[in-house]
Design a protein around this ligand. Structure first.
Ligand SMILES: *Cc1c(COP(=O)(O)O)cnc(C)c1O
Length: 464
């Protein structure tokens, strides 16, 4: 055994060692990070992009590759946390933005893109009978929630442990002190019985249940069809609106996760990649709900937003959905990315290293676990630290993943990108396999329940 003393100390030593190499390799990024601290708290204006010792400053991107300030290139599996679906330089999207720019911006009127763009969304997501655009996924979710409160004349909102619906709608275990002050009920993810019970108990006050079809920031944990069926059944029974936050998951095939699982929510929210790399959000659903925003109606609701139909975003989004991420391409991309996720799992299983790649298609996360994960509580702090170890290891070896161990694939990725990621994973497992096995024993003790003990098989389907 290579281990001496506490295995967690060994993990921390390994992370520190990689961080020292990283700092030596990236003097220009370090300088930029130090300068940024004079004006931005900790040099940071977007929390998820921070990691120690300092985040790389990214100079440029092309296709599915990025280059940092010190001149190193990486296969980009951060993929802007799924907003980078089109990669960094898609020719069709670039042209759409430039054409729109050439015709002038801030036009203060309906433009020739927005209705067509909405139409392409409606044809992909039929549950969105009417929809509206806004500027971010956070905004879309806040609007969906207040719309539900208005429509139902109720106040409470049900969310799930580990959920992420935006910067002020985040529900890690332990909560967040800067969430918007709604009256939230927090239920465990993937537990239909628990949710059903809470919905019944709160039926007179519950405006909406909002849920991610895959718990994204919580570790890319897919929900089960049983879970969503229970939510659909119970909300319908008591007149509570069911909101699917598909900000990330709308990329999981032509019709998103609602298409895959065949469940029709009352409202859906979208964002991330939808604007072709520019800021965007959208919310929509049932006509009887959304028609309250119809300005021809007396007493209609006002929904403002200077940039709701920003001409560059509308043009880029429309070109993206109709010319690049077509329904056919969406399905093919989902399958080809799912094959990589299964390949990752095969690599770790072959060496019997207790790592698990949860997710579906182009969204996946590495966890320290020998058994399937179901809910946010299964993702331990120790597992997140193993994600950090891999993150640093990847950056030293030309593969960028998100700091918490998330992989997001993008359309311009080639077999070479995917092979690079597999090779780095195989090398990582070779180098740290023993340490990870010992950590898994430590981790099992930290888990609230070690329910299923069966080994994850390589062809395990994630509740699709
Ligand atoms: C990113 C994300 C949001 C927030 O979108 P922003 O555009 O960053 O505000 C909301 N929900 C989910 C599931 C997300 O992944």
């Amino acid at each position: 055994m290579r281990l001496n003393g506490n295995v967690v100390d060994e993990l921390n030593r390994s992370i520190d060692q990689l961080r020292r190499e990283f700092a030596q390799r990236n003097p220009l990024s370090e300088r930029a990070a130090l300068d940024a601290r004079r004006v931005l708290p900790g040099g940071n204006t977007r929390s998820v992009l921070f990691y120690e010792p300092f985040p790389l400053t990214i100079l440029s991107g092309k296709g599915a590759d990025i280059t940092d300030l010190d001149g190193h290139s990486y296969a980009d599996f951060v993929g802007e946390f799924s907003a980078g679906l089109y990669g960094h330089s898609d020719a069709v999207i670039r042209k759409a933005i430039i054409d729109a720019l050439d015709d002038g911006t801030v036009l203060a009127g309906p433009n020739r893109y927005e209705a067509k763009f909405a139409e392409s969304l409606q044809s992909r997501f039929p549950s969105m009978e009417l929809l509206r655009f806004c500027n971010s996924g956070t905004e879309a979710n806040i609007l969906a929630l207040v719309t539900a409160q208005y429509f139902t004349r109720r106040r409470k909102i049900m969310v799930f442990e580990g959920a992420y619906h935006g910067g002020v709608l985040v529900f890690p275990i332990g909560g967040s002190p800067i969430n918007v002050p709604f009256d939230f009920i927090v239920a465990p993810y993937n537990d239909g019985d628990a949710a059903a019970k809470l919905i019944k108990e709160n039926q007179n006050d519950l405006a909406a249940v909002i849920v991610e079809p895959i718990l994204g920031a919580g570790g890319n944990l897919p929900g089960t069809t049983d879970f969503f069926s229970a939510l659909r059944r119970e909300t319908e029974a008591v007149g509570t609106l069911l909101i699917f936050d598909e900000v990330k998951t709308s990329r999981c095939g032509a019709a998103g996760m609602q298409g895959r699982i065949g469940i029709r929510p009352d409202l859906t929210t979208l964002g991330k990649y939808l604007g072709g790399g520019l800021p965007i959000g959208a919310f929509g659903g049932r006509t009887d709900i959304m028609d309250h925003y119809n300005p021809y109606k007396p007493d209609s609701l006002r929904h403002a937003g200077t940039f709701n139909n920003n001409v560059c975003t509308m043009a880029a989004g429309l070109a993206g959905l109709t010319k690049v991420f077509t329904p056919e391409r969406a399905d093919v991309f989902h399958e080809e990315s799912e094959r990589l996720r299964l390949e990752f799992q095969r690599i770790v299983d072959l060496s019997s290293v207790p790592l698990c790649f949860t997710g579906l298609g182009s969204l996946c996360t590495l966890h320290l676990a020998g058994t399937p994960l179901q809910e946010a509580a299964d993702v331990t702090p120790l597992s997140r630290r193993v994600g950090l170890l891999f993150h640093m290891y990847g950056l030293l070896n030309g593969v960028a993943v998100a700091g918490r161990g998330d992989f997001y694939q993008s359309l311009p990725m080639t077999a070479a990108h995917r092979q690079a990621a597999s090779a780095v994973l195989a090398a990582f497992v070779g180098e740290y396999g023993e340490l990870i096995s010992s950590l898994a024993e430590e981790n099992a003790r930290a888990l609230p329940r070690s329910a299923c003990l069966q080994r994850i098989s390589t062809n395990r389907q994630s509740n699709a």
